[in-house]
Design a protein around this ligand. Structure first.
Ligand SMILES: C[S@@+](CC[C@H](N)C(=O)[O-])C[C@H]1O[C@@H](n2cnc3c(N)ncnc32)[C@H](O)[C@@H]1O
Length: 348
């Protein structure tokens, strides 16, 4: 007879947890997150500040024994989330190579799956992963373990209540839960840039200014970049409007669309572009404010990623931007996790 104590909520483990955005979404949907793994010290500090009761193991996942969560998994594990780094498979990564050491990180989750046999395995990554040999091998291993696996689904965060275009691939595998229910994800009304950042005050320049909100300050742009921004039309303008003398030498005579977003402004009544780890840097994407002559602040980036204002971020500006840009938007994860929860409940 199984004498293990039954916890009241379904329980989850969050692999590659970063700052804890997935954990936040999964908790908001009704799961209890009991364990997490990441090796980045700054992301882990943020994780601990926001999820103090979770057993977080700060180490390279490949060095962690598969039974490391035995003390917190006291009943059937309901959900295991795998959000391995996506850069190796990203179309924005111009140096994609098959010998990238990060490629095998998806498979590094397999010992934990074997060890805890969760009812649901949920994987999130960029769509490029779905066409890799790694993905095929991963699915074959899950099938061998008795999982029923859904075809990979492409989802855009903007359909799930996040004011951002962010296309992601998700894969759901179940053992004992209902697969159709798990992937029946309810869409939410669209939110815009205006909806989430228009109420914020004009920020001070630099993190060393006196700040009411530690995340709401603008970067110190060079005089030249501020002049460039003055020429970019409000509400969605791009660098193609720059006069000849302000264009960057590397952008002149370029016929292709690469980097066409850099120095661009967001549009008030549209969703934001995909935020990356460079999300406050106007030279790395369409990350300028819709009408002020500056890049967006970390607070604006956090809101565009659907983090609540009371979420604490630990680290310097670059480290916080990395945590925000790397995150699965918590609202996106919450929407997905609701279906995953329904799939489990429907079987109980
Ligand atoms: C895409 S991010 C995950 C984001 C996270 N799920 C969230 O929502 O905030 C990938 C994470 O994998 C972590 N990571 C990369 N290689 C790792 C390894 N070998 N062991 C543990 N964590 C690793 C990174 O530090 C990063 O936080």
């Amino acid at each position: 007879m199984d004498t293990r104590k039954k916890a009241s909520k379904p329980i989850a483990i969050d692999l590659f947890c970063g700052s804890g955005a997935v954990s936040l979404g999964v908790k908001n949907a009704g799961f209890d997150v009991v364990g997490a793994v990441d090796f980045d010290p700054h992301a882990c500090a943020t994780y601990r500040a926001n999820h103090p009761s979770v057993k977080l193991i700060q180490d390279d996942i490949r060095l962690i024994p598969a039974n490391a969560f035995d003390d917190v998994v006291k009943k059937q594990l309901d959900l295991l989330v795998v959000c391995a780094p996506c850069q190796p498979f990203s179309s924005q990564n111009r140096k994609r190579s098959n010998d990238d050491g990060r490629l095998n990180l998806v498979e590094a989750s397999l010992p934990f799956i074997e060890s805890y046999q969760p009812q649901i395995v949920f994987l999130e990554n960029v769509p490029g992963l779905a066409s890799s040999g790694i993905f095929d091998r991963f699915r074959a291993c899950l099938a061998k373990l008795g999982y029923e696996i859904a075809e990979p689904l492409k989802l855009d965060a903007s359909e799930l209540g996040v004011p951002q275009r962010r296309t992601r691939m998700i894969m759901v595998a179940v053992k004992g839960a209902d697969l159709n229910t798990a992937i029946d994800i309810a869409r939410l009304p669209r939110k815009t840039v205006r909806d989430v950042i228009a109420d914020l005050p004009i920020p001070a320049v630099g993190r060393d200014a006196v700040l009411k909100d530690a995340l709401h300050f603008s970067r110190k742009h060079s005089a030249l970049n501020i002049e460039r921004l003055r020429y970019i039309p409000k509400d969605g303008g791009s660098r193609h409007h720059l006069p000849e003398h302000l264009q960057l030498a590397c952008h002149k005579n370029r016929k292709n669309a690469s980097f066409s977003d850099v120095y661009g402004r967001m549009r008030w009544d549209d969703v934001a572009p995909t935020l990356t780890t460079g999300c406050t840097d106007i030279t790395r994407g369409r990350f300028a404010h819709p009408e002020q002559d500056r890049g967006i602040t970390l607070r604006e980036a956090a809101r565009l990623q659907s983090f609540p204002d009371d979420y604490q971020f630990i680290g310097n500006a670059g480290q916080v931007a990395t945590q925000i840009g790397n995150a699965v938007p918590p609202q996106m994860m919450q929407s997905i996790a609701k279906s995953l929860l329904n799939a489990i409940s429907s079987n109980k």
